[in-house]
Design a binder for this molecule. Structure first.
Ligand code: SF4
Length: 366
């Protein structure tokens, strides 16, 4: 095995002598030497291995609002990275150069978990995010990195589509502090036809996170003109969120731009995002946001009790800040849902690409 290939444990042998990966609902049944749909897990020596342990497609320090997480340590920097591959096949993928990468070489940075944690600490990041592609497919690497970060008081964020089976999901989220789950649409047909997946497992993950973990949860819904942006669908989705997850889960409606295999749709008009936000508000969602457009009013947070502005945002830059250090409205004392720990950060909207310093020979960092 190469340094980046490690044994995994969520798989079993089938009666027809294949090996089935049990990490995600895709349940790839593999012959010797065959890779799964995600490309990074494969059958090798009659077992399923992960081939991208300790390698990354690149690092960047972002504002945590860019994940997007609006109620998790606002204004702070997060060290973000991904690997290669993905377990969904979204035709509109906005990170397809990474998610569809079949070249392990594109993952230029060798990045042991300990080195990532040390780098995050040195850069003053309050959290590390597994993003750009889905951490579900590299969960062993993500877990070790999250643990190394937690040892330094740095939290772990998962940006994910939530397409994962129940057993690995329980293990994975024991190590995670916050998640943004991409709810890509609200019909089975959209998931099947456009994402090559299924909706139900994602809804299961959302309910699991909300009701069986302490992970802070926010949802993103990318609205694509003519595909998943009807009033009916947004109404059904936000009703479901309010009923099954509660009204405190923030929902981000974000704008699509033509990409990958889906280029025949126009950019999402800002009016669509504003309309979605109004529908969500009408269904009781307390914190609906617009994203990827200029809309300070739609990206700011308001106290659900007195209606006062508590966090002003313009893209990822914070303005007026009307919360106490533990997240209470400075005007009426009502708590805003989320993870608030001290005054807001001052990172602003900067994006800082980072190269990791290679570990010293005796410091494997793992
Ligand atoms: S994690 Fe990868 S190999 Fe495993 S079932 Fe999902 S797509 Fe297939």
């Amino acid at each position: 095995m190469s340094r980046s290939t490690i044994a995994t444990r969520y798989w079993h042998r089938t009666r027809d002598k294949r090996v089935q990966c049990d990490v995600c609902p895709r349940s790839c049944r593999l012959q010797e030497g065959q890779r799964g749909f995600c490309f990074v897990r494969m059958r090798q020596d009659d077992a399923v291995v992960l081939t991208t342990y300790g390698h990354s497609s690149g690092f960047c320090v972002d504002p945590v609002e860019k994940k997007p997480l609006n109620h998790f340590l606002p204004g702070t920097p997060v060290l973000s990275f991904g690997t290669a591959g993905c377990n969904l096949g979204c035709r509109f993928c906005q990170n397809w150069d990474i998610s569809k990468s079949r070249e392990i070489d594109t993952m230029s940075d060798e990045a042991p978990p300990g080195v990532i944690a040390r780098t995050a600490a040195e850069l003053g990041c309050r959290s590390v995010a597994f993003t750009y592609n889905d951490p579900v497919i590299f969960l062993e690497y993500a877990i070790d990195t999250a643990d190394a970060c937690r040892e330094r008081g740095i939290r772990a964020v998962a940006v994910t589509a939530g397409y994962i089976c129940s057993e690995p999901r329980a293990e994975f989220y024991r190590h995670i502090d916050a998640a943004n789950v991409d709810l890509k649409g609200f019909t089975s047909e959209f998931y099947r036809r456009v994402c090559l997946g299924r909706l139900d497992p994602v809804l299961d993950t959302l309910q699991y996170l909300k009701h069986q973990t302490d992970v802070w949860l926010e949802i993103t819904n990318l609205l694509i003109p003519g595909l998943n942006d009807s009033d009916t669908e947004i109404d059904a989705m936000t009703r479901w969120v309010a009923r099954h997850l509660g009204t405190d889960v923030p929902v981000h409606f974000t704008a699509y731009h033509p990409d990958f295999k889906l280029r025949d749709r126009p950019h999402t008009p800002p009016a669509t995002l504003a309309r979605a936000r109004q529908i969500a508000l009408g269904n009781g969602i307390r914190y609906p946001y617009t994203g990827n457009v200029q809309d300070a009013a739609g990206q700011s947070t308001y106290c659900h009790e007195c209606g006062g502005l508590v966090i002003e945002r313009d893209w990822y830059r914070l303005g007026v800040y009307g919360l106490t250090d533990d997240g209470r409205c400075a005007r009426c004392g009502t708590r805003t849902a989320g993870v608030f720990d001290g005054p807001p950060g001052t990172w602003g909207q900067r994006r800082l690409p980072v190269r990791l310093t290679p570990p010293a020979p005796l410091d494997e960092g793992r």
